[in-house]
Write a protein that binds this ligand. Structure first.
Ligand SMILES: NC(=O)C1=CN([C@@H]2O[C@H](COP(=O)(O)OP(=O)(O)OC[C@H]3O[C@@H](n4cnc5c(N)ncnc54)[C@H](O)[C@@H]3O)[C@@H](O)[C@H]2O)C=CC1
Ligand SMILES: C[C@@H](CO)CCC[C@@H](C)[C@H]1CC[C@H]2[C@@H]3[C@H](O)CC4=CC(=O)CC[C@]4(C)[C@H]3CC[C@]12C
Length: 369
C-alpha cells in the first residue's frame, strides 16, 4: 500500500458501483488508493451500504443514473480523472431483450467514451469479459490460454455480442484527443467467471441445494474446466491498472488483460462445491441418470417454455442452451500479462478467497449448517 501521506487530489468514477463487482471496486479504491479525494458511485440502483462509506476522508458521491442517458453520464464524468466502467447488463438467461442488452452494454459504453472525450477525462478502464473471446458456439476448448492465444470467437448470444462490441469501442478510443488536447488512455479487463461475496448465481445454487434436501446434481463432466477468479482480485486489478494508466500509458493503453489469480482449475460445479460443500451441500453424481442429450433436451425445453410463457410471465431458469454450452466447454486462462505490464499480483490467496466466500455463504439466511 502506498504512503498515506500522499496528497488526495484524484476524482474517480465507478459506473455500476453498486453491483457485485462494482461494490468490491468501490471498497477497494477506498482502502488502496491513497490519492483519492472523491469517489463517485454511479448506478441505476444505489445500495444503502454507500451511506456507511460517507464518513471517511474521501468524499463519496452517490449518483443514481442510467448509462444509456448520455447527459447523465456526461454530468457524472465531468471533472473525474479516472473512470472505471463496470456497469453492464449481465444476462445470459433471457431476462432482458437483446435490444436492452445492446442499449446498456454498447450504447452505455459509447456514452461513457464520449463523455470522457467531451469533458477531458483521460483514463478509462472497461470491465469486459472472457465472453468476448469464448467459449464459442462450436464448443472449442480454450485450455489455459492467454491474451494472444488464437481462438475462433463466434458470438451469437446478445450478451457476449454486446461485450465484444463494447470492448472494441473502448480499445479503438485509446489515443483519441479529449477536451484539453491530451490523448485518452483506455484498457479492458476480461474476468472469467467471478465468484465471492455477493455472487448472485452462487446464492441461487445454494438455495436450490437447500430446496433439494442438501443436494445438487452433477450435470457437467468433472473434466470440463471453467475459469474462475475471486472478486477481490478482480477489483484489485481494476484499482491497480487505473493507477498505472497514466505512468504506463504507452504500454497499457489499448490493451486487454484477462483477470486471473490462484483459484484452481475445476469444472463449474466442482468449483462451486469448494464453498457449498463446507456449507452442508453435496454434489450427487448423475451421469447415468442425466446423459448430455437429456440435458440438451431440458435446456431446449426451458427455452421453448420461456418463449411460450413470455406474454404471461418471465420464465428464466439457469439452464438454457447457452448456459449449458458455456458450462460444458473448457475455458481457462493462464497468463502473466497483467503482472508484466502493471505489476499485478493477486491480493487474496486461494485459501483466503475460499474462506471469505464460505463465510459469506454460511452467513446467508437458512444456512444448511
Ligand atoms: N459476474 C461475472 O462473472 C462477470 C461479470 N463481468 C462484467 O463485470 C461487470 C459487473 O458485473 P456484475 O457485478 O457481475 O453484475 P451486476 O449486475 O451485479 O452489476 C452491474 C451493475 O450495473 C448496474 N447497471 C445496469 N444497468 C445500468 C444502467 N443502465 N445504468 C447504470 N447502471 C446500470 C446495475 O444496477 C448493477 O449494479 C459487467 O460489466 C459484466 O459484464 C465480466 C466477467 C464475468
Ligand atoms: C448446466 C447447469 C447445471 O448445474 C449449470 C449452469 C451454470 C451457468 C449458469 C453458468 C456456467 C458458466 C457461467 C458463465 C461464465 O462464468 C462466464 C460469464 C461471464 C460473464 O461475463 C457474465 C456471467 C457469465 C456469462 C457466467 C453466467 C453463468 C454461467 C453460464
Amino acid at each position: 500500500m502506498a504512503e498515506s501521506t500522499e496528497v488526495r487530489n484524484l476524482v474517480y468514477l465507478v459506473t455500476g458501483g453498486c453491483g457485485f463487482l462494482g461494490e468490491h471496486v468501490v471498497r477497494m479504491l477506498l482502502q488502496r488508493e491513497p490519492r483519492l479525494s472523491e469517489l463517485r458511485v454511479f448506478d441505476l440502483h444505489l445500495g444503502p451500504w454507500l451511506e456507511e462509506l460517507k464518513t471517511g476522508p474521501v468524499q463519496v458521491t452517490a449518483i443514481q443514473g442510467d448509462v444509456t442517458q448520455a447527459h447523465e453520464v456526461a454530468a457524472a464524468v465531468a471533472g473525474a480523472h479516472v473512470v472505471i466502467h463496470a456497469a453492464g447488463l449481465v444476462d445470459v438467461f433471457g431476462r432482458a431483450s437483446p435490444e436492452t442488452i445492446h442499449k446498456v452494454n454498447v450504447q452505455g459504453t459509447k456514452n461513457v467514451i464520449e463523455a470522457c472525450v467531451q469533458t477531458g477525462t483521460r483514463f478509462l478502464v472497461y470491465t469486459s469479459s472472457m465472453e468476448v473471446v469464448g467459449p464459442n458456439i462450436k464448443g472449442h476448448p480454450f485450455y489455459r490460454g492467454n491474451e494472444d492465444t488464437p481462438y475462433e470467437a463466434v458470438h451469437k448470444h446478445p450478451y457476449p455480442c454486446s461485450k465484444a462490441q463494447a470492448e472494441r469501442l473502448v480499445l479503438e478510443a485509446n489515443g483519441r484527443e479529449v477536451r484539453g488536447g491530451l490523448p485518452l488512455v483506455t484498457c479492458a479487463l476480461r474476468p472469467t467467471g467471478i465468484y465471492g461475496e455477493g455472487h448472485q448465481i452462487m446464492r441461487d445454487f445454494y438455495h436450490q441445494g437447500l430446496r433439494l434436501g442438501g443436494r445438487l446434481f452433477r450435470a457437467i463432466p468433472a473434466s470440463v474446466e471453467h475459469g474462475r477468479v475471486y472478486v477481490g482480485n478482480v477489483a484489485w486489478m481494476h484499482v491497480l491498472v487505473a493507477r498505472e494508466l497514466e505512468q504506463r500509458a504507452a504500454l497499457v493503453g489499448g490493451q486487454v488483460y484477462f483477470c486471473y489469480d490462484k483459484s484452481p482449475y475445476k469444472s463449474y460445479e466442482d468449483f462451486n462445491m469448494e464453498f457449498l460443500g463446507p456449507c452442508g451441500l453435496r454434489l450427487v453424481e448423475t451421469r447415468l441418470l442425466a446423459p448430455y442429450w437429456l440435458l440438451m433436451l431440458l435446456a431446449a425445453l426451458n427455452a421453448l417454455l420461456q418463449w411460450l410463457l413470455r406474454p404471461l410471465l418471465l420464465y428464466a431458469p439457469l439452464l438454457n442452451p447457452y448456459t449449458l454450452a458455456v458450462a460444458n466447454t473448457t475455458f481457462t486462462v493462464s497468463t502473466d500479462k497483467a503482472q508484466r505490464h502493471f505489476g499485478y499480483e493477486p491480493l487474496f490467496s486461494w485459501e483466503d478467497s475460499r474462506t471469505r466466500t464460505i463465510r459469506w455463504v454460511q452467513a446467508m439466511e437458512g444456512s444448511a449448517q
